[in-house]
Design a protein around this ligand. Structure first.
Ligand SMILES: Nc1nc2c(c(=O)[nH]1)N[C@H]1C(S)=C(S)[C@@H](COP(=O)(O)OP(=O)(O)OC[C@H]3O[C@@H](n4cnc5c(=O)[nH]c(N)nc54)[C@H](O)[C@@H]3O)O[C@H]1N2
Ligand SMILES: Nc1nc2c(c(=O)[nH]1)N[C@H]1C(S)=C(S)[C@@H](COP(=O)(O)OP(=O)(O)OC[C@H]3O[C@@H](n4cnc5c(=O)[nH]c(N)nc54)[C@H](O)[C@@H]3O)O[C@H]1N2
Ligand code: SF4
Ligand SMILES: [Mo]
Length: 762
C-alpha cells in the first residue's frame, strides 16, 4: 500500500501541469536588501570585491574572504588572517565552498507535495503559497494539540532564527544532531567532572602541548582546521602523540605510539592508565589536593585495574600501557587526553568521557598551558522582542525521569517523541528540518521513517535535494552561506572574536536565507512583534553597535579581535577556584551522577562481539568531505567520488576478496546496503572490523554526481546502544558480513531509493 508520505522524487510538474501553478508564482513584496533583493538583476557593485564570510561546510566556522570577479561572480574563497579558527588557511572543503554555490543540482524553488492522477509529486509554488500552507498547518496543530507539538531539527547557523520563531510560537523542541549523535556524552562527562562542558572549538591548547593522546579522535582526517594546524606545529616541535585507534589513521601514522585497541574496550585502557598514574604517584598532588573531590574513593576504585587486567580486554600490552602513562606524566601538565568529538559509540560514552576528564585532572592539565585553556567569547545582546510563551510540555515528556543530565535537547529523543503513544497527550506532529539530513544522520532509519510517517507536517529547509527532502510536505530552498547574512559568529577561543557573514552574491534561483524565512513565516503566524527589524542589516547593526562595532566596520574587516575580560588563559596555577559542581571541586567522584542513580566513577563493562563471519562496522571522516553534505559538491567529488570498505588482508583472504571488488554489506539485522561498495584491502584496519567513510551511498537521483556512489553506513546502523545518562545514540555496535553477488533483500530493507517508488516527473 502506498503511504501518505510516500518517498518521492524532487521532480516537479511544469508550470502548465497544474492550472494553479502558473498563477501562484507571484512575486513577494520587493525589499531592497543588499544581496537579497528580488529586483537587483546583477550586483555590478559587487565586482572585484573581497567580502567577509565564515565557512558553513563544517562547524569549525573558519572566517574567510570571498573574492568576486569583474562580473560580480564568486571566484574564490580564502582564509581570513585575523581568525584564530583558521589563521588565514582554509581546508580543502572550505575552498570548495564555491562548488556548493555553483552546484547545478541545488534546490531552486519552494515545492509542495501534491497528488496528481493518484500519484504524489512535488509542484513548484511561490514563497507566499508555501508560507500560507505551513502557517495553516501549524495553526491547526496549535489549536488541536498545543504549540508544543511542533519541533525544529537544525544544524547550522540559520537555525537560530528559526529557533526564535518556534519559541515565539510556543515550542521549546529544538535540537541539533551534533548533541545526541555527536558530542553530547563529552559535554555531560566534563560537566559532571569540571562543572563546564568542552564546547566548540575545543579549548585544547594543542600548540603548546608536549603530549597529545587521541583516543578515537582522528584529527587529520577529522579536518577541524585550527586543531590540525596546531597538531602539525606540535609534530614539528617533536612533541609526543599517542593514538588509540583500531585503525591506523593518519594521526596514528604521525604518532610515537599507536595502540591498535580492540574496539569497544577503551574504558579498560583508561582505567588502567588512571591506575598507573595514581599507584606510581605520577599525579599532580598539589593540584588534586587543592581542586579535586573524591581522590581516595577513586584510588580504591581503580586498585585492581592494572595494565595486566586491561591487557586481557584491550589487547594492548602492559608494557605499552606503562610506557604511555609515563610519557603523559613526563609532559604533565602540558598534556591533553583529547576529549574527542563524535563520541556516541557504545552507550557507556558519558562514563568513558568521564574517565578521560578524570585522567586530565590527575595530570593537572585542565586550566594549564599545553592542556586546556580557559576560552572566552562574547555574547551579543538579543534584539529586543517580547517574552516567549512558556511551553507546558516538551519532548522530555516522552521519557519520564530519564536523561535529566542531558544539557541540550536530543534530536533522537524528539524523533522518538513523534512516534504516537497512548501514554502521552501529545506526540510531536510537525517537524521543521533545517540543514540536517536526518535520514542519513540519525541511526535506525526505520525508526526515523516511522516518526515521519506519523507527522501532520514536515517542512524541510535545505540547499540540496537530499534524502530528507523526499519525505517533505513542503521544501523550502535556502540560499548557500555565500549568498546570505547570518548571525554574527561569537564562538569562544583564546581571545574573543566576532566574525561576519554577508552575501557575496544575490541568491541564485528563488532561494532565500533562513533569517528571511523565519521572519516571513513568523509574520504569517501572527508573531511579527518578535521580528521588530525591517531587515537583517538593521538587526546586526544594532547588535554590533551595542558592543562598540558596527555592520559597516565588520563588512570591512570580517573578523574583530577583542580583549579578554578575564586575563588568565591558564587559570589553575594554584589560585583559588570554585568549580560549578555540587562540591565546588573537580569531581573525580561524581555526586551528580550518583544522585541520578548512575555510577559515580566509571566502570568497564564488556560489549557484544561479532558473530563468526561478521565484522564490527567502523566509520569516520575523510579530509575532503563533510558527512553527506559535500559528496555532490563538484569540486570535492573530483577529490573523492565514493567510499570504500577497508578490509584486513586476513579477512580478504578468507573471503577471496580482491582490491576494488564490489561487495554488498549485510548487517546483523538482515539489512543489505542499497548499493555495492568497493573493497580496499589494507593492514590499516584490524581483522575484527571493517571501516568506511560516512556520508556516501546517496539514494537521490537528483544528486547527479553522488547518487549510488559507495554505501551508506547509516543504513547499516540499526542497533543503537543508548547512553542511559544522557540519551546519546551509540552507533558502533553494528556488525556486517559480505556478499559478493547482489543478494535478495528480504523485505527488511526500507525504501529510501527513489527509483523504486512510483510518482513522477511531468
Ligand atoms: N551513520 C552516521 N551517522 C552520523 C555520523 C556518522 O559518522 N555516521 N556523524 C554524526 C555527527 S558527528 C554529526 S555532527 C551529525 C551531522 O549531521 P548533519 O548535519 O545532518 O549532516 P549532513 O548529512 O551533512 O546533513 C546536512 C544537511 O544540511 C544541508 N545543508 C548544507 N548547507 C546548508 C545551508 O546552508 N542551509 C540549509 N538549510 N541546509 C544546508 C545539506 O544539504 C544536508 O542535507 O551526524 C551524525 N550522524
Ligand atoms: N573532514 C571532515 N572533518 C570533520 C567532519 C567531517 O565531516 N569531515 N566532521 C566534524 C564533526 S561534526 C565531528 S563530530 C568530528 C568527528 O571526528 P572524530 O571525533 O575524530 O570522530 P570520528 O570521525 O568518528 O573518528 C573516529 C575514529 O575512531 C576510531 N574508532 C572506532 N572505534 C573505536 C574504538 O572502539 N576505540 C577507539 N579508540 N577508536 C575507535 C575510528 O577508527 C576513527 O579513526 O569531525 C569533524 N571534522
Ligand atoms: S575546517 Fe574547513 S570546512 Fe570546516 S569551517 Fe574550516 S574551512 Fe570550512
Ligand atoms: Mo559531529
Amino acid at each position: 500500500m502506498k503511504t501518505r508520505r510516500e518517498f518521492i522524487k524532487v521532480s516537479t510538474i511544469g508550470a502548465g501541469g497544474l492550472a494553479a501553478a502558473g498563477g501562484l508564482l507571484t512575486a513577494l513584496p520587493i525589499k531592497d536588501i543588499f544581496g537579497q533583493s528580488e529586483t537587483v538583476e546583477n550586483l555590478k557593485s559587487n565586482a572585484n570585491k573581497q567580502l567577509p564570510t565564515y565557512c558553513e561546510i563544517c562547524f569549525w566556522q573558519c572566517a574567510a574572504w570571498v573574492n568576486t570577479d569583474e562580473d560580480g561572480e564568486i571566484k574564490s574563497i580564502i582564509g581570513n588572517n585575523d581568525d584564530p579558527h583558521c589563521n588565514g588557511r582554509l581546508c580543502p572543503r572550505g575552498t570548495a565552498g564555491v562548488g556548493m554555490y555553483k552546484d547545478e543540482d541545488r534546490l531552486k524553488n519552494p515545492k509542495l507535495r501534491t497528488t496528481v492522477n493518484g500519484k504524489q509529486v512535488f509542484k513548484d509554488v511561490s514563497w507566499d503559497e508555501a508560507f500560507d500552507f505551513i502557517a495553516e498547518k501549524m495553526n491547526k496543530i496549535k489549536e488541536e494539540h498545543g504549540p508544543e507539538c511542533t519541533a525544529l531539527f537544525t544544524h547550522g547557523s540559520g537555525g537560530k532564527f528559526l529557533g526564535h520563531m518556534l519559541k515565539a510560537f510556543g515550542s521549546s523542541n529544538i535540537a541539533a544532531p551534533s548533541y545526541a549523535q555527536c558530542r553530547g556524552p563529552r559535554e555531560v562527562g566534563f560537566i559532571a567532572t569540571y562543572g563546564a562542558g568542552i564546547g566548540s572549538p575545543e579549548p585544547t591548547d594543542i600548540r603548546d602541548s608536549r603530549c597529545l593522546v587521541l583516543i578515537g579522535s582522528h584529527i587529520g582526517e577529522n579536518m577541524h582546521n585550527g586543531q590540525v594546524q596546531e597538531m602539525s606545529d606540535m609534530i614539528r616541535n617533536d612533541a609526543t602523540i599517542i593514538t588509540v585507534d583500531p585503525r591506523f589513521s593518519t594521526a596514528a601514522s604521525k604518532s610515537k605510539f599507536w595502540l591498535p585497541i580492540k574496539p569497544a574496550t577503551d574504558l579498560a585502557l583508561l582505567l588502567a592508565w588512571i591506575h598507573e598514574i595514581i599507584y606510581n604517584d605520577y599525579y599532580d598532588k598539589a593540584y588534586i589536593e587543592k581542586y579535586a573531590y573524591g581522590f581516595e574513593e577513586l584510588k580504591a576504585h581503580v586498585k585492581n585495574f592494572t595494565p595486566e587486567w586491561a591487557y586481557g580486554i584491550t589487547t594492548i600490552e602492559p608494557k605499552v600501557i606503562r610506557e604511555t602513562a609515563r610519557e603523559m606524566r613526563n609532559s604533565a601538565p602540558s598534556v591533553i587526553i583529547h576529549p574527542g568529538r563524535h563520541v556516541t559509540w557504545y552507550g557507556d560514552d558519558t562514563q568513558r568521557l568521564r574517565a578521560v576528564a578524570i585522567l586530565n585532572a590527575l595530570l593537572g592539565s585542565w586550566g594549564r598551558r599545553g592542556g586546556f585553556y580557559n576560552p572566552e567569547g562574547l555574547s551579543l545582546l538579543k534584539y529586543p522582542s517580547p517574552k516567549y510563551p512558556k511551553p507546558k510540555k516538551d519532548w522530555r515528556d516522552a521519557f519520564p525521569g530519564k536523561f535529566k543530565l542531558a544539557d541540550l535537547a536530543l534530536a533522537s529523543g524528539m524523533c522518538d517523541a513523534s512516534v504516537p503513544s497512548l501514554s502521552r497527550d501529545c506526540s510531536i506532529k510537525a517537524w521543521i528540518v533545517n540543514g540536517t539530513n536526518l535520514i542519513e544522520t540519525l541511526p535506525n532509519q526505520a525508526n526515523t521513517l516511522k516518526a515521519i510517517e506519523a507527522l501532520d507536517l514536515l517542512v524541510v529547509i535545505d540547499t540540496m535535494p537530499m534524502e530528507i527532502t523526499g519525505y517533505a510536505d513542503i521544501i523550502l530552498p535556502e540560499c548557500t552561506y555565500l549568498e546570505r547574512y547570518d548571525t554574527v559568529r561569537t564562538s569562544a577561543h583564546r581571545i574573543p572574536t566576532l566574525a561576519l557573514r554577508m552575501p557575496a552574491h544575490k541568491p541564485l534561483y528563488d532561494s532565500k536565507p533562513d533569517w528571511w524565512i523565519a521572519k516571513e513565516l513568523g509574520t504569517r503566524l501572527g508573531l511579527e512583534e518578535y521580528f521588530g527589524y525591517e531587515n537583517i542589516e538593521e538587526m546586526l547593526d544594532w547588535q554590533l553597535k551595542e558592543v562598540g562595532s558596527s555592520l559597516e566596520e565588520m563588512q570591512k574587516i570580517g573578523v574583530k579581535k577583542l580583549d579578554r575580560e578575564y586575563p588568565d588563559l591558564y587559570f589553575l596555577n594554584g589560585e583559588d577556584y570554585e568549580f560549578n559542581t555540587n562540591t565546588g571541586k573537580i569531581e573525580l567522584y561524581s555526586t551528580a551522577l550518583e544522585a541520578e542513580g548512575f555510577d559515580p566513577m566509571p566502570k568497564y563493562t564488556a560489549h557484544p562481539e561479532p558473530d563468526p563471519r561478521f565484522y564490527r562496522l567502523n566509520y569516520g571522516r575523510a579530509p575532503m568531505h563533510t558527512f553527506s553534505r559535500t559528496t555532490n559538491n563538484p569540486q570535492l567529488f573530483d577529490l573523492m567520488e565514493e567510499n570504500m570498505v577497508w578490509v584486513n588482508p586476513k579477512v580478504a583472504k578468507e573471503w577471496y576478496l580482491k582490491n576494488g571488488q564490489e561487495v554488498w554489506l549485510e548487517n546483523q539485522d538482515g539489512i543489505v546496503s542499497d548499493f555495492s561498495i568497493k573493497v580496499r584491502i589494507t593492514e590499516r584496519i584490524r581483522f575484527d572490523s571493517v571501516y568506511m567513510v560516512h556520508g556516501f551511498g546517496h539514494t537521490r537521483k537528483q544528486l547527479s554526481r553522488a547518487y549510488g556512489r559507495g554505501a551508506s553506513d547509516t543504513q547499516l546502523i540499526t542497533n543503537v546502544m543508548l547512553d542511559p545518562v544522557m540519551g546519546g545514540t551509540g552507533m558502533r555496535g553494528n556488525f556486517v558480513t559480505f556478499h559478493t553477488e547482489e543478494p535478495e533483500r528480504l523485505n527488511k530493507n526500507i525504501k529510501t531509493d527513489s527509483t523504486k517508488v512510483e510518482g513522477g516527473k511531468a
